[in-house]
Every structure is written in structure tokens, then in C-alpha cells.
Design a binder for this molecule. Sequence first.
Ligand code: AMP
Length: 399
Amino acid sequence: MKILVINAGSSSLKYQLIDMETEQVVAKGLCERIGIDGHLKHTPMVGGKNVFNKDVAMPTHAEAIAAVIDKLTSEEYGVVSSMKEIDAVGHRVVHGGEKFACSVKIDDSVMAALEECTPFAPLHNPANITGINACKAVMGDVPMVAVFDTAFHQTMPGKAFTYAIPYEYYKNDGIRRYGFHGTSHRYVSARCAELMGKPIEELKIVSCHMGNGSSICAINGGKSVDTSMGFTPLVGLPMGTRCGDLDAGVIQFLMNKYGFSIDEMLNILNKKSGVLGVSGVSSDFRDLDAAAEQGNERAQLALDMFHYWVAKVTGSYAAAMNGVDAIIFTAGVGENSRETRKAICEYFGYLGVTIDDEANSKRGEDVMISTPDSKVKVFVIPTNEELVIARDTRDIIGG
Ligand code: AMP
């Protein structure tokens, strides 16, 4: 069985074709500049076929999907002989609101519910819906499944997801903490339990997804019980360009003083803040490391703030769960920056964490970076959201 995993953005579309017998990626690629002009990079991973990397006209997502199918099935670049070999499609969907606590087969009622969730993710859900409709138009009645970033966090208790504002805003308008990166937190926590050789039901885990966007999740017995992102992915940790937690009074003060509209203000908080805003250097942690090494104090401050926030939130989740067995680092920064992991773990002496420097230097593999006698185990686990989407799709369509 082969499953096509699609992650559609407003002007981009990432895909992987996964063979579920081996769980190997047989081809992957990226469509960019959809609606502008269009470019496709398609990389076959088996059969010694050529990489395709050229401009292709993509006025809408439908032409993008058609180009992907064309390359997947072509003589020169293809990995399957026809579209019939693609058994199902799994779509990443950012926001499932309170309607979706797990992945679902897409039908008309699901599409209507996705539309209802759109006000919660006005930038992301419309792109995801467009991707699904484009797939339907090109692929006909191939079964499709939606996998939500928010679904894993639907197990959070009311005390964790409720905001301390008048309750009717939750009841009438759905204002609450939803959390994101759920597919990633779910994958790495399950993998962590496998690596520890223990049932996940017996484990208390803190998962730190640290990439361009970052969030931390408290996972007790395999269930998300708290997470640092909220109603939107803006809050929690300081991120590449997002501000993380911020006193709402700051927004009022700056809007009054500089006459910003709410859109201008949110643009600053989403795109010009975080480690970029503090450092004035970059949102990329590699640039920050290099600048800090050359004595740039604001780059060092941005890094120190990031480490401090990860440590602070992780500690609060250890307290909330009355203990922690394992801490996981994943995503771009978590998987690649041993300096970041080391700096964060220096805060965890009180938990009895000790780090094995040699293990912490490894890259690209699942690895325990704590010493064998460390009381709390620390892991680096490369995330694999596409594999979770493919597995859910397979399970739901009954393969
Ligand atoms: P993601 O959003 O998970 O794709 O992560 C992307 C981010 O990972 C980039 O913006 C970088 O900040 C970070 N990153 C990737 N490689 C490294 C590295 N070797 N050291 C530090 N940060 C890295």
C-alpha cells in the first residue's frame, strides 16, 4: 500500500509518497510559488530515477497536485506506474478545533467542519482545505484522511486549557488553549516509550519541539495534559520570529504610542519578534550561535532567553505531572544543536539529569543523550510527522 502525504500551505505544497510495507519514503517534493508562477522540486528516493527541479505553471493548487501526480507516474522521474497505485492521501490540517480529537476520513461533513474551524486558523486552514479540494479534483474518489495538529492536545483537562477570562468566551466562541505540533509530540513520545522499553501508559514525558516554531508538551500516560502554544501558535516560548508569552498590556501600549493597527501589531509579534527581534541578527539558530561566538551580546541574550524558557516550561510540566521520566528534544534546533541541548540541560541538575557529551554529539538518529545513571532520561528523537499521517491514513482506510 502506498500513501501520499500532503502538507498544503497558502503558496506551497510539500508531499511524500510512503510505501507502508516498509514505511520508506519512495518520493518526496515541494511545490512553491503556487498562484504566482510555480516551481516543483521532485525527488525520487528509489529506483535511481532523476530529480526534477524546474518551473511549472501552477495558477492554483490543482495544477500543483496534477504536476506532482505527473512526476510520480512519469517514465523519467516516477516511482509508480499509475495513479491507481496510490491507495490513499493523508492531509495535514492545522486546526481541528474541539471537533476532532483524532484523525478522520474526509467526507462532506468533515469538509464543513473544517470550514467551521477556519476562523481559529485563518492563514492555515484555508490552504489545507484548498489542498484537499485540489486533490479531489485531480485524484477523484481516492480515500483521504485529515490529520490535525491540534487533535493530540484534546486530552488536556479544563484546568490546563481554560483561559482566565469570562467563561462565556469559551462557551460561545471557543476561546481556549488548543495547542499545536500535536502530531510531532505524539510521534516522539511514542518512540521514546519504545526506546525505554516501557508502556507509554506508565511514563511521564516532556516533549520539546524546538524548530522555527517551538512548543513543549506534557505527556502523562501517553496523553497530552498541557502544552505551551495556545489559542494560536504565537504563545509559549520565544520562537524564531514569534514573541511567545506576552503581557496583553504591551500590545495596548505599543498600539497607542505608534498608532499600529491590530494587523500591524500582530505582524510584529508573529514575524519580527522572538530570537530575531531580540538579537536583531536572525531567526536561524545557526546564525545566532555564530554571532554569539563573535561576541554579539544581543544574540547571546536571545539564546539565553530561549534556553531559560525551555527549562522553565519543562520544569513547570514536571511539577504539573508530579514528576518526569524522560525529556525529549526534537525538530530543527532540538535535533541539530548539541549546544542548545547542553545549555538547556544545565538547568536540570535538580532533576538528577546528567548528559553524556559523546552521545549528545550524534546526529540524525534516535539517541539517549543522558548517562545511564541519569535519574531522568533525555532523548533526541528526529520527528516524523509525515509517517504519523501515513500510518493514521492507513489505519483509517482499513489497510
Ligand atoms: P524546523 O522548523 O523544525 O524545520 O527547524 C528549522 C530551524 O532549525 C532553523 O531555522 C534553524 O534555526 C534550526 N537549525 C537547523 N540546523 C541547525 C543547527 N545545526 N544548529 C542550530 N540550529 C539549527
